[in-house]
Structure formats: structure tokens, C-alpha cells
Design a protein around this ligand. Structure first.
Ligand code: GRF
Length: 202
């Protein structure tokens, strides 16, 4: 399956997907890495790895206008799925509707806990024993679609938001490629995959 990855920054999850895709038995290929910030550091890595890149600043464009430009690039690249990976821009309902069931996101919390930003701070403040990460199907509401897989990450007494984020990121990199691979392989039967991937992740 052909996947476009959307990023806004560092792109470490994009890199994890890209390197996972190099395995002979990986069921997905990264055909495009697109960013809404031309300075996103992840773009340089994708280009160095020989992956097509596209950058378009959203500044001065209406949300739907901007999304239509990205959508056209994704289609041109022949992508069948989209993986959001640190993409810090809300998507228009039109775009979400067009890619319904074919767009995944990774979020650094055990959803439905801590949607939005500062997830690690919030988990620490709440005194949680575990943080974690989730891969979910993207729906119109932020960080709200069906969860396909999660990894729990133990919180240490010494953790700060930064140390917890760094450890969670390791789990993110493993989880995203595993869930995306399972999802694109079993898309024909999404109910089956949701149960299956949850089991794999637990
Ligand atoms: C990750 O923690 C991801 O879960 C969140 O934003 C961060 C992006 O990091 N959505 P990277 O750009 O993939 O390194």
C-alpha cells in the first residue's frame, strides 16, 4: 500500500515508518512526505532517503484551500493512505471526509485521555502510573477516532515531561509501523483489524 506521511517538524515517526518500509515484508511504502512548514527538519531526511517531498506553508491560506493543495499532491503521488506524524495543523472536514478510514494519526497519550497538547505534563500532574501512545483513525474531532492500537509506558518517579516524552517516543516508533502495517493489510475487514491490533498492542 502506498502511504503519504504528513509532518510539521522533526519527523521521527515519519523516519520510523520510512525505515520500517524498507523491510522486504513490510506491506506499505512511503511515497510522499509533505509538510505545512517548508523548514520542517523531517523534509531533509525524507529527501536524503530518496522519498518525494512536498512543502507548502499554510500561512495566508484558508484551511480548505490549503488542504486542497495537499490533497492534490497526495493524489499525484498515488497514495492510498495518509499517516499523520506530528502534523500540527487541524484538517478541514472536507479533507477528513475524503480520506475517511484511510488516514491514521499517532498521539502521545493513552486515548481517550489527554487529547490535544501537553499530554506528558498532564499525565505527570494527574499522578498516573502509566503514560503511552495511541494510533487512531482520524475523524473530524481532534484525536478522537477509533483507536487501533496503544502501548503503555511506565512513569518513573524521576520523570519530567521531557524524559517521559523521549521514552514514549520509542514506543511510538514501534507502534506506528506495526499498526499501519496491520491496518493496510486488513483494510478489507476493519472490524477484524480493530480487535486484532488491540490484542497485538496489549
Ligand atoms: C509525536 O510525539 C507524536 O505523537 C505527536 O507529535 C510528536 C511528533 O514527533 N503527534 P515527530 O515529529 O514524529 O518526531
Amino acid at each position: 500500500a502506498k502511504v503519504a506521511v504528513l509532518i510539521s517538524g522533526r519527523g521521527s515517526n515519519m523516519a520510523a515508518l520510512l525505515y520500517a518500509a524498507k523491510a522486504a515484508d513490510c506491506p506499505f511504502d512511503i511515497v510522499l512526505v509533505a509538510a505545512n512548514d517548508p523548514d520542517a527538519p523531517g523534509l531533509a531526511l525524507a529527501a536524503a532517503e530518496g522519498v518525494a517531498t512536498f512543502a507548502q506553508s499554510h500561512v495566508g491560506l484558508k484551511r480548505a484551500e490549503f488542504d486542497a493543495i495537499i490533497d492534490a499532491e497526495i493524489r499525484k503521488a498515488g497514495a492510498q493512505y495518509i499517516a499523520l506524524a506530528g502534523y500540527m495543523r487541524l484538517l478541514s472536514p472536507e479533507f477528513v471526509g475524503r480520506w475517511e478510514g484511510r488516514m491514521l494519526n499517532i498521539h502521545p497519550s493513552l486515548l481517550p485521555k489527554y487529547k490535544g497538547l501537553h499530554t506528558h505534563e498532564r499525565a505527570l500532574e494527574a499522578g498516573d502510573s502509566h503514560a503511552g501512545c495511541s494510533v487512531h483513525i482520524v475523524t473530524a474531532e481532534l484525536d478522537d477516532g477509533p483507536v487501533l492500537g496503544q502501548t503503555e509506558v511506565a512513569i518513573l518517579p524521576s520523570d519530567t515531561p521531557d524524559t517521559l516524552a523521549a521514552r514514549t517516543l520509542i514506543a511510538e516508533h514501534q507502534l506506528y509501523s506495526r499498526v499501519l502495517g496491520a491496518y493496510v493489510s486488513r483494510y478489507a475487514n476493519p472490524d477484524w483489524i480493530i480487535g486484532q491490533v488491540d490484542r497485538l498492542a496489549s
